[in-house]
Ligand binder design. Structure first.
Ligand code: DGY
Length: 322
C-alpha cells in the first residue's frame, strides 16, 4: 500500500509527476488554499500533508484524536506557519527544504536593496504612467549603494549569501547580528564584523537586511524603538517573514522620515498588504518572490520529495526539524 499524501498547492509539474507515481497522492489541481476545516480533516485522512507557507497550521487544526498524519513535509525552508509544539506532542514529524533557495532569496534581497536605493519602483511607475519628462540632472535622485555599510540580522545561509553579494559585488562593508557566534572562513573572507546587539547593527548600517526566522520568538523584532535607532538615510530590507517587522511602526517610521525607505518581499498577513505601505513611494513591494525561480521551486519540490521518500522507507528524513 502506497502512503496516502495530500499536496496543499500546485507544485512544479515534474515533482507532481513523481509524487503521483510513488505515492497515493492527491494534488490540488485548482490551487485554491485549503480551509482550516479541510486541513483539520486532512490530518485524519492522509499519512502525510505537504504544506507551504500559504497554509496556516496552528494548534487548533491539529486533531485531538484519530490522527493519521505522521509527517508534514513542508515545501519551503521557513516553517513558522506550523505549530511545531502541536506536531511534536502528537508525534508528527516535520521537514523543510533548506539550502536550495539560498541564492535566489539573496538575489531578491539584493534586488530590493538596489531598487529602493535607486528608486527603480518609482521610476517604473512614472514611466508607465506616461509622466516621464525626459533626462535631467535632478530627476529621481537616489542613494549610492557601492561602498556603503550593510547590516545583516541573522547570519545563516541566506544572510551570508546576501553578505557575499553585497561585499564582493558592491564593495559593501558588512556588519551583522547573530544569536550565536559566527566566525567561519566565509565571514572572515568578507571581513564581516559580528556586533553584540541588533541595536549596534541598526545604528551604523546604511542598509539593514533581515534574514532571521519568523515565529513567536522574532515577532516584531524590528519595532518602533529599533526603527528609531536606524539612520534617517537608511533602508530596511525584509525577505524573512512579515511579522518580524511591526508593520504599523514601519509605516509610521516611513511617514515621519525616521528611515529613508524599505524593500519588502514578505508581509504579516499575506496576501494582504497594509494600505499604509501601498501608499508609500519610497517602498518597493514584491509578492513573496524570494524562491520564485523555476530551478529553485523544482529543487524545493525534489527536497520535499526526498524527505517524504526517506521517511516512509523508515530512514531518517534528511531535513527533519521536528
Ligand atoms: C520559504 O521557503 O520559507 C520561503 O519563504 C518560500 O519562498
Amino acid at each position: 500500500m502506497k502512503p496516502r499524501v495530500i499536496v496543499t498547492r500546485r507544485w512544479p509539474a515534474k515533482v507532481e509527476r513523481i509524487l503521483v507515481e510513488r505515492f497515493d497522492a492527491v494534488l490540488n489541481e485548482d490551487d485554491v488554499p485549503l480551509t482550516a476545516a479541510e486541513l483539520a480533516t486532512a490530518f485524519q485522512t492522509y499519512d502525510a500533508i505537504l504544506p507551504t507557507v500559504s497554509d496556516r497550521l496552528p494548534a487548533s487544526v491539529f486533531p485531538s484524536d484519530r490522527c493519521r498524519t505522521r509527517l508534514l513535509a513542508n515545501f519551503g525552508v521557513g516553517f513558522s506557519h506550523i505549530d511545531v509544539a502541536a506536531a511534536r506532542e502528537r508525534g508528527i514529524a516535520v521537514t523543510n527544504t533548506p539550502g536550495v533557495l539560498t541564492d535566489c532569496t539573496a538575489d531578491i534581497a539584493m534586488s530590493l536593496l538596489l531598487s529602493v536605493a535607486r528608486r527603480a519602483g518609482e521610476g517604473e511607475r512614472q514611466l508607465r504612467a506616461g509622466a516621464w519628462k525626459g533626462w535631467c540632472p535632478t530627476h529621481l535622485i537616489g542613494t549610492k549603494v557601492s561602498g556603503k555599510k550593510l547590516g545583516i540580522i541573522g547570519m545563516g545561509r541566506i544572510g551570508k549569501a546576501m553578505a557575499r553579494r553585497a561585499h564582493f559585488g558592491f564593495g559593501m562593508d558588512v556588519v551583522f547580528y547573530n544569536r550565536s557566534k559566527v566566525d567561519d572562513d566565509e565571514t572572515l573572507s568578507m571581513s564581516a564584523r559580528q556586533l553584540p546587539s541588533i541595536e549596534a547593527v541598526l545604528a551604523e548600517s546604511d542598509f539593514v537586511s533581515l534574514h532571521c526566522p519568523g515565529g513567536a520568538e522574532n515577532k516584531h523584532l524590528i519595532d518602533e524603538a529599533r526603527l528609531s535607532i536606524m539612520k534617517p538615510s537608511a533602508f530596511l530590507i525584509n525577505t524573512a517573514r512579515g511579522d518580524v517587522v511591526d508593520e504599523t511602526a514601519l509605516i509610521r517610521a516611513l511617514d515621519r522620515g525616521t528611515i529613508a525607505g524599505a524593500g519588502l518581499d514578505v508581509y504579516a498577513e499575506e496576501p494582504a498588504v497594509p494600505r499604509g505601505l501601498l501608499e508609500q513611494e519610497n517602498v518597493v513591494l514584491l509578492p513573496h518572490l524570494g524562491s520564485a525561480t523555476a530551478e529553485t521551486r523544482e529543487a524545493m519540490g525534489m527536497k520535499a520529495l526526498d524527505n517524504l521518500i526517506a521517511f516512509f522507507e523508515g530512514k531518517s528524513a534528511p531535513d527533519r526539524v521536528v
